[in-house]
Each structure stands twice: as structure tokens, then as C-alpha cells.
Design a protein. Structure first.
Length: 431
């Protein structure tokens, strides 16, 4: 089968065992034995993904799965360019889009562990270039930035970013807007403001954002293909070109590379699966349990997310946002993830930290068509009855579920904050 290629197992190493490649300190490559693939029917998954990539709006796609902290499935489907015959493989590089936000939050939380950043201090202390209405940068905290609780309207000034204006100027222009609520009292998705976190990283490390995340995250995790620049994408030996919903190739645009913390990461599916292992607790020497608890904690309830995900409400319960990550109650389990979308690319990551199992996917077209594949995988992990979440078997003329748009910029409404357990009134939420 074209699926499972290699497994990555976490092994203990003596602290003194220094190595030029930090990844070698905790990663061991081994051929996957069938016994390691316990819960998921990979043959069925492979067949369904082949059917998915044959859909008219799809071009190419890469999917990875981890079970019990090991990579058990990596596969590419379709083409890097429509009609080219050039296949997508597990080494093909795509854009992560808004899944990049979890990298930024992890990096800032790591700096907090090192005593270089106070997550509860005013953002003005660490990113003086961010100016908010009525001087709110002195009231809004670093945590408020990373959890989209600045009091700005949704996607503030993204339109001007896409028109070519520079982020540094836009972060100052935010001060000319009106607050929709005091900082910390409502939730509203951001990109321009969120990228203040890249300023935090640059000032705290005295390195570029790319160099800092490479040194402290990508290299220790073993993510050899990962980058946060346009050049990092287009210089890859194999990279997926972006496409319209009609399979027309598009230009790789620059704006969201200018806000790298919000949407700049690129990698192949193997490295995205390694990132998921680390986020699921499989690399505690790189990402400590305390750090993961900090960034994954459900800080604010986001009922609008349930509206957008209503296709899955049979099993999907409450939805929350933490620091660069979403959390869901799914059939009684706590799962963590994010989705992303920029012009010509879509992405998703979803995992159960308790089981150290989950799925990542990247595709190169402006379609939400694969939405649901993550829940088909989670259903197999949990042993739940099959549901055709990808709607591959829907009969012609039958009512179809509302499509799920994976682009995080499409969050439909501003949410007023309630406490993470669902009680209490508007306030700063759980920390």
C-alpha cells in the first residue's frame, strides 16, 4: 500500500549524549510493523483518499496519521500541478496557512518558560509596534494576542495586507479603529494583530522569526523541510503549486508570508506529522507537558465554531480556543487542532493528546472538499460507527450537509467570552 512508510518512536537518551542533530536525541526510525497500526483501517482510508483526490475541485493532497505517538501513515495523492503528471509524495511541500498560529504560540510559550516573556504582561512590553485603539495595548496581554481577544473586529486590516501594505504600518494603523469590546472580553479572529507575536520572538531572541523557530522548534523536532518564507516553498525540490477551485494554477502570493506568525509556515506532510507528535506530548525534551498544557488550555468558548462545524454535531460538542489552538469535545474525548487556508492552499491538524493519535492533511486548491477526513480518522481511533463525513457516498439528489470551510479567516462572528467551563459572565476567561 502507498500509505505507511516509516514510524517514529520516542526513545530515552542520556542527557549528556550530545549530537550535532538535536532530532537524533529522541527520534528513532523503524519500519512499521502491522501490530503498530492498531485502530485504523489504513486500506480503507487509502481507498477513500484516492476517491477524494479524484473529485473535480481537487488537484493534490498529502495525509499523515499518527497512532500511539508513532507515524503510521504518510501518503501523497494527485499532482503538484494540475495535468502535469508530477505526483504529490510525502516529501512534497505545501503551505500551512493559519495552522502556523500554533507554531507562534508554541514559540512564545517556550520563551515564557525561559523567563524571557510574561504571558500575562501587557503586549506593549514586548511588541511596541502594535498600537491598539485608545491605548489598549497597555491593557491587552500577550495571552490576549495569542487567543484573539484584543477587542478588534474580525480579520482587522487583512484587506489592506492583501493589497500590499506593510504589516508594521498596519499594526500602527490598528489604533485608528474602534474597539468592539474591551481587550480580553470578546473573541475575534486576527492575522495582522496576531503577528505581533513574531515581534515578541524577534525582540526576545534577537534573531529573525524564521531563525528562532528553526533553532528552537523545527530543528529539535526534526522538521527538515519546514520554513516560513515564500522562498522556502518555491525552492523545495518538490512543492505543490496553488490552484483555484477550478484547478487553474495560481501565483504564490506574498502577503501572508509577511505575517509569518499568522500564516507563514511551509513543510511536507512528514514534518507536519512530526509537529503533531511533539504537540501530542511525544517529545517532552522539546515541548514540556507544562508548555503544552498552557497553549492547549481552553481559554474561551467559541459557539460560532460549532455553527461552522454543524455537519459533525452528531458527535461534536463544545468548541474553544486556547493559544493558537482550537479544542473540541468530540464524542466525549478532548481533541486539539486547527485549520488553515490561503489562496490556493488548505490545511488541517487534529489529534487526541491523551491517545497521542491524530491526522494532518495538506492540499493545493481552494476547496473545502476534504473536510471530514479528519473525523473519519478520529472515528476509527475511537472505534465509533462509520460516518461518511467526506460525503463520498452521497447519492445524487440526496440532501447534502453544509460544507465546512477550512479557512480560518472565515470565522463567521465575534464571540463574547464566557469562562471555559461554560459558566460565568463576560470576562478575561480562564488563564
Amino acid at each position: 500500500m502507498a500509505g505507511a512508510i516509516a514510524s517514529i518512536r520516542v526513545v530515552d537518551q542520556p542527557a549528556a549524549a550530545a549530537t550535532p542533530n538535536p532530532a537524533a536525541a529522541h527520534l528513532h526510525l523503524a519500519k512499521v510493523a502491522p501490530a503498530e497500526r492498531r485502530a485504523i483501517d489504513y486500506a480503507r482510508l487509502d481507498v477513500r483518499l484516492k476517491r477524494m483526490v479524484a473529485k473535480p475541485n481537487m488537484v493534490g493532497m498529502a495525509v499523515g496519521v499518527i497512532e500511539n505517538g508513532r507515524i503510521t501513515f504518510l501518503s501523497g495523492y494527485g499532482e503538484t500541478v494540475a495535468g502535469s503528471g508530477d505526483p504529490v509524495t510525502p516529501e512534497t511541500v505545501f503551505r500551512w496557512a493559519s495552522v502556523s498560529k500554533g507554531v507562534a504560540s508554541t514559540m512564545v510559550a517556550k520563551l515564557a518558560e525561559q523567563g524571557k516573556v510574561d504571558l500575562n504582561a501587557p503586549i506593549a512590553n514586548y511588541a511596541p509596534g502594535l498600537k491598539l485603539p485608545a491605548g489598549a495595548e497597555y491593557r491587552a496581554t500577550v495571552t490576549d494576542v495569542l487567543s484573539h481577544r484584543l477587542g478588534l473586529y474580525r480579520n482587522a486590516l487583512d484587506n489592506k495586507l492583501e493589497e500590499g501594505l506593510q504589516p508594521a504600518a498596519l499594526r500602527q494603523e490598528l489604533s485608528t479603529l474602534n474597539l468592539i469590546c474591551p481587550p480580553g472580553t470578546c473573541w475575534s479572529y486576527q492575522n495582522v494583530a496576531y503577528d505581533a507575536s513574531s515581534d515578541i520572538v524577534r525582540r526576545a531572541t534577537r534573531q529573525s522569526y524564521q531563525d528562532a523557530v528553526k533553532h528552537q522548534l523545527f530543528d529539535p523536532i526534526g522538521m527538515t523541510s519546514a520554513s516560513v518564507t515564500r522562498e522556502g516553498l518555491v525552492s523545495a525540490r518538490s512543492w505543490a503549486r496553488p490552484h483555484s477551485v477550478g484547478r487553474r494554477p495560481l501565483e504564490v502570493l506574498e502577503p501572508y508570508y509577511l505575517v509569518p506568525a499568522a500564516g507563514g509556515v511551509n513543510s511536507n506532510i512528514k514534518d507536519m506529522a512530526l509537529w503533531m507528535i511533539a504537540q501530542a506530548g511525544g517529545m517532552p525534551d522539546v515541548l514540556s507537558p507544562r508548555l503544552l498544557q498552557t497553549i492547549h488550555a481552553p481559554l474561551v468558548k467559541t459557539p460560532g465554531e460549532r455553527g461552522r462545524m454543524r455537519k459533525f454535531l452528531e458527535r461534536l460538542g463544545d468548541a474553544y480556543y486556547g493559544l493558537g489552538w482550537r479544542q473540541y469535545d468530540y464524542a466525549g474525548h478532548t481533541i486539539v487542532g486547527h485549520r488553515g487556508g490561503v489562496n490556493g492552499y488548505r490545511s488541517l491538524i487534529l489529534f487526541d493528546p491523551a491517545k497521542k493519535s491524530g491526522v494532518v492533511a495538506l492540499w493545493n486548491s481552494n476547496t473545502s472538499q476534504p473536510g471530514g477526513l479528519e473525523f473519519e480518522v478520529m472515528d476509527m481511533i475511537y472505534g465509533l460507527p462509520f460516518r461518511d463525513w467526506m460525503e463520498l457516498d452521497s447519492k445524487p439528489g440526496a440532501p447534502r450537509a453544509v460544507p465546512v470551510e477550512p479557512d480560518e479567516a472565515a470565522e463567521p462572528e465575534t464571540q463574547t467570552i464566557a469562562s471555559a467551563n461554560g459558566g460565568g459572565s463576560a470576562g478575561r476567561g480562564a488563564r
